[in-house]
Design a protein around this ligand. Sequence first.
Ligand code: MSP
Length: 662
Amino acid sequence: MTDKRKYYLTTPIYYTNGLPHIGHTYSTIVCDTVRRYKRMRGYDVVMTTGTDEHGVNVERSAKKAGVPESEFVAKMAAEWRALWDELGVQGDEFIRTTDLKHAHTVQWLFKQCRENGFVYPGHYTGQYCIYDNAYVDVKPGENCPDCGRSTETVTEANYFFKLSAFQKPLLQWYAKHPDFIQPEARRNEVLSFVEGGLRDLSITRTTIRWGIPVPGEEPHVFYVWFDALTAYLSAVGGPQYEKTGFWPADVHLVGKEIIRFHAVYWPAFLMAAGLPLPKQIWAHGWLLMDSTKMSKSLGNVVRPRPIVHVLGMDALRYYLLRETVFGQDGNFSYDALVQRYNSDLANGLGNLASRTAAMIEKNSGGKIPKPAALQPSDSALATQAQAAIGDVVEQYDNLAFSRALEQIWSLIAATDKYLTTEHPWSLGESDADQQRRATILWTTAEVLRIATALTHPVLPESTTKVWSLLGQPGQPGSIALDNLRWGQLVPGTPLGKSQALFPRIEKAEAIERMESMENEAQKQPSPAVAPMPASTPAAIGTAAAAAPQATPEKIGIEDFAKVEMRVGQIKTAERIVGADKLLKLTVDIGTEIRQICAGIAQYYEPEKLIGRKVAVVVNLAPRKLRGVESNGMIVAASVGPEGRPVLAGFPDEDVEIGARLK
Ligand code: MSP
């Protein structure tokens, strides 16, 4: 049992039809910084991030890459995950919209909305922007007003969500919760949008295959935004959200272009289902490149990896949070990045840490000296440092990262100035001089300790090094900011090992290295486009059985655990006209009845299969075989040169339907 206050924050979930650039990185780093900060304030924090893997864009990208969608998204999701690790992002839950638990949550939410009378069937014709995955309010032939790309006229059978019924409840909610949408400019934008009237929203698609099926309503799949937004709920228990205690979310951090989905659709879906609403939606601005939004389609992206490689992850984190006022747009330039690195990190924090340690090493035998009575100059610095604690905490609370960092860096600058004025290196060896030097060095080290603790949420890697250099136990992230005070640095504490912090780097050289890595990266195909290793499943219902490999690729248990296999019972079986190898089965898998196509028609009589228990892969993405939806796979051995399928079964015992195979 924990009596800690809970705090739940989310990044948007990222589309897997592309690789991360530093615009995406910005959303996630902000969230990670808040997560670290809240932890230091004593909260039990959960932060989620993840990937948005359905929709026609992915369908098209996978086709272009010549691989099945499931393989395509798995590779892309792995890339996103790896990148967050490289940036020190501590996500607690990485949610993929192809996760089974997510599909269950989406289906459950839909059921709630439908049972409460907010869903109805209909037809829709409109101009659709495939890039934004949204119908847009333009005439045929006109381009998308948001992204400027061409639109397509689409007519399809849909389920509609009665968004129009929520105009009043939403306006009432905004009025009662004035901080719900941040910053103010975005709130005004959303308010006028809702005041202008809301049209019902189609929330299923029949023109898309790659999506979560609407149970019993095939070929309907969920519209990407109904699917994606629900990820916030699936990450913390889905239908059982009450058990985790993390719903409603404290804040959804999003980019400004997706505020409407979060501040209008999402609360309306939740109201319709009778669920609690998130406490706040915070929209940040864009990272611009030459005054234009950085985006893959415009070809002006900068990726995080070359920056991390040349300057370190903290340099990128610092730059993104220091250079942009949170909520507004900010410009990216390599020049400004390296400039910040050299002036603030190498000459600022890095230099202060190494010179303080060197002076203590030399004058105090490598131990924190004992201060005598503070002089006015020492006390002035103490007052500034103590005030910074309260101010910075307040600024982090308001997500005013650049102001928080500005204040910490003015403390660092004041300390540099203090050292220049007090020049401890020119003091002699008399008792009075030694005491004075000890006081100055202790004061400097104490400022450094406080600045390090306050900067930790932004610079997790380097502050951990400074922390151990100062001989402090554990990690700066594990201290309680609420207990941080001037005067806690214990004299006599031995310094830790000194480690390289921010080596100065020549600007032109750094830029050249980053740019050439970036150019190389741009030439590489995305991981999902690279050739895939041959797979060998005796897969019925997906691909033809492949020949066994001489030396199969080894996988870890965690890879195997991703395949969810369960005992299923065949309820009905029938031949498919025009497909002489396929049978259409309905299979009870314990939680639902699935329709699955199996390539066994030449070897099994349909009527003899009824009641038979089989092994079913239940978390395989649905696909169509000869126009028939197949949602899962029956496991069978592939025997002999012709690959005759022999169904895996359970002859020894009457196993329970739905039992998992592990
Ligand atoms: N999949 C949707 C979000 C679903 S959330 C339930 C999506 N994905 S995205 O990959 O296009 O964008 C994810 C986030 O990255 C958004 O918050 C977006 O604002 C952010 N950014 C993408 N490019 C950006 C910049 N150039 N600058 C800052 N953030 C930007 O939208």
